[in-house]
Write a protein that binds this ligand. Sequence first.
Ligand code: ADP
Ligand code: MG
Length: 671
Amino acid sequence: MIQALEKPITYVKGVGPKKAEAYERLGITTAYDLLCHFPRDYIDYSVNVPIAQAPTDEPCAVKARLVRKLAPAFIRRGLTVFKAVMTDGSDDLTLIIYNAEYQFRSLCEGREYILYGKLSGSVVRREISSPLILPADSPDLIQPVYRLTEGISQNIIRQNIHSVLDSIGGMIYEPLPKSLMQSCGLCSLDYAFENIHFPRDSHALSVAKRRLVFEELLTLRLGMGLLRVKGRKATGCRMEKKDISSYYESLPFELTSCQKKAIAEICDDMCRSWPMNRLVQGDVGSGKTAVAAGAACFAAANGYQTALMAPTEILAHQHHETLTSFLEPLGIKVALLTGGLTARKKTELKEKIKNGGYSVIVGTHALVQQTTEFARLGLVITDEQHRFGVEQRDVLASKGENPHKLVMSATPIPRTLAMMFYGDLDLSVLDELPAGRQKIETYAVTGKLRERAFGFIRGRLDEGRQAYIVCPMIEENDLELQSVKEYAERLERQDFRGYRVGLLHGRMSAADKDSVMRRFKEHELDLLVSTTVVEVGVDVPNAVVILIENADRFGLSQLHQLRGRVGRGQYKSSCILVTDNVTEDSVKRLKILSRTSDGFRISEEDLKLRGPGDFFGNRQHGLPRLKIADMSSDTELLRLAQSSADGILAADPTLALPEHAGLRELAERLF
Ligand code: ADP
Ligand code: MG
C-alpha cells in the first residue's frame, strides 16, 4: 500500500478534525478507508426521458435547455425562490430552486442540463423543485451515492474522494500479481477506484466493480487459508493408523461411499501432527452420526477419548443411544452427561470419565464443557454446528492437548459459500443419502385445505403412525406462546379429539422438553404440536406426516430440515406446507420444496431468494463484513476467486513469495 493512503483522514485536503470525527462514525479513519467506502448506489444521468414522459411519482432524469431565468421572488426573510424556464424542444418545464443563489447563478441561459428529481404540477405546467443538476456535457454522468452520516453530505464525500484520487494520481500500489490480473481479466486497482467512485460510463463501472468484488472475495479466501495454516499448532494427540473394519462390520447397514470417504479423511487428519479442524456437512438423514461414531472408534483404538456435544438434551440422549448401539458391541464405553442426573450420579460419572472409564462422552454443550475433566481427550465432536458460534467451539479445544476437532452441520450450505465462510476448516460433504430412502411427498396448500389435511393426518394416526404439527413461534414472547398453546388445545379438543396430543415449545425447561420428546419417541403420544424446537436432528421413524403452519415464514433450508423429521423409517411419508400468504413469491418458493429433496440445491435457491444471512447465524460475527461483494449474486466471481486463491495457496501456503506480498498484506489486514 502506498504510504499516503495509510495516513489519517485529516491529511486529505478539506478534512479537518470535525469531519474526521464524522468520518469515524462511518468507520473511516484513513484515506484508504475512504477509498473503500464504496457508493451504495448511483444516479445515472445518462438515462433520461423527455419531459412529457417523466413520471410524477418517482425521481427521474430529464434533459432540457435553460431558456430564460425569471426574476427571483423574495417570499420572506430567509426564503427566496429562483425560477427558470427549461425546454426539451417539445415541452417546457419550470425549474424551481429555493435559496441556493450561488447554484442558480452558475446556470447559463442557452445551456443544456440534466435534472434529476421528482416532477410535479400539471401536464400544461410541469415543475421540478430542487433537483440535482448536471451540465449535459459533463463527463461524469453517473454520480455516486454514498452512505452518509451527520456532517458529511454527498457533495463533501465526493469532493474528499476526488482529492484522494487526485493526490495519488494513478500511482496506487497494485496488490494483485500481474499474471492473475491477466488470467482473470481484471482492471488495475487504480482504474477500479477511479471508476467505482466516478464511473466514466456504465461499462467502466462494471469493470471496476468486477475487479473490486474479485479482490474482496480473493482476500477473504486467502485470509481464511492463512488462518487455517496458522491454527496448526502441534497436537499432543497424534494418532496412528488402526484397523477399524470391525466397526464397519458390526453396523446393521452398509455405509454409503461418502460416509466411508469422510471417515477416511477424518482418520487421516488425526494421524497428522497438527489438530484436525474439519466440518462434515450432510443433508438431513445422510448419516452423520455413523461418521462421528467411526471417528470415535478410531480415536478409541488409539487410546483417546471423544467428547460429543449436542445442542439439546433430546439430541444428546439420541446420540448416546445410537453411539451405544454402534460402539458398545466393540467394547467401547459411552457415557451420557445430562442435566437430569442426580448430583451423586454426576460426580460418579465424572470421576469415571476422569479415570478413563469411558471412551466416548456424550452430553449437551454446557455440561461437557463446564466441569468435565478427561483422562485423555483426543477428539471433540460438535453436532449441528450452526447453532453455535465460532467462539463457543473453541473452549473445549483448550482441554486436553490440543485435541482434534470435528464439526457436524445438518444445514447444507451452498458449496461456494461453505468454502468461503468455512475456509479455515477442511470440508467433508455427505451428498448422498443411504439407499432405500423414499421421497417425502410435499404439498403446499392454503388454509382452506387445513381440514382435509387434518383428516389425512388422522387417517395415518389410525394406522398406528405418528405426526408432527409445527407452528412457528417467531418471537419467544408470552403472546406468541399463548397462541401456540391455544392452537394445541384446540387441536386436542376438536380435530384430534381422542388422540394423544403433546406440546413442545422453546420456553419449556430442558427436562420438560425431554420428557415430551421421550413420550413421543416411545409412542405415548400420537401427535406432537411443536414450535421449531423439533427441528434439530430428532429421530422418530414412526412419524410419517409433518404439517407446517405459516410455512412462508421459514427459509427453505429450514423447511427442508423440518421435513427431514419424517421419512426416517420404512413408511411412506408426507410434508404439508400450509400458508395463507399466497403471493407469487411465496408460492414459487414453496414449490421448490415439492420439486426437490436435495438439501444442497434447496440451499442454493435459499441463497438466491434470501441472501446468505440465514446460513451462518453467529458465525457471521466473527467474519469480516463484505464491503462490495454479495455472496448471493456474485457467484461466478465467487468461484473464480476461490479457485484462484486455492491455486495461490497451494503454491505458496503462507504467501511468502515476493509477488504475493500485496496479497498477504490484504489478507492479514482482514483478520
Ligand atoms: P443425520 O445426518 O441427519 O444426523 P443420522 O445420523 O441421524 O442422520 O442418520 C439417519 C438414520 O439413517 C439413522 O437411523 C441411521 O442409523 C441411518 N443410517 C445412517 N447411515 C446409514 C446407511 N449407510 N445406510 C442405512 N441407514 C443409515
Ligand atoms: Mg444428526
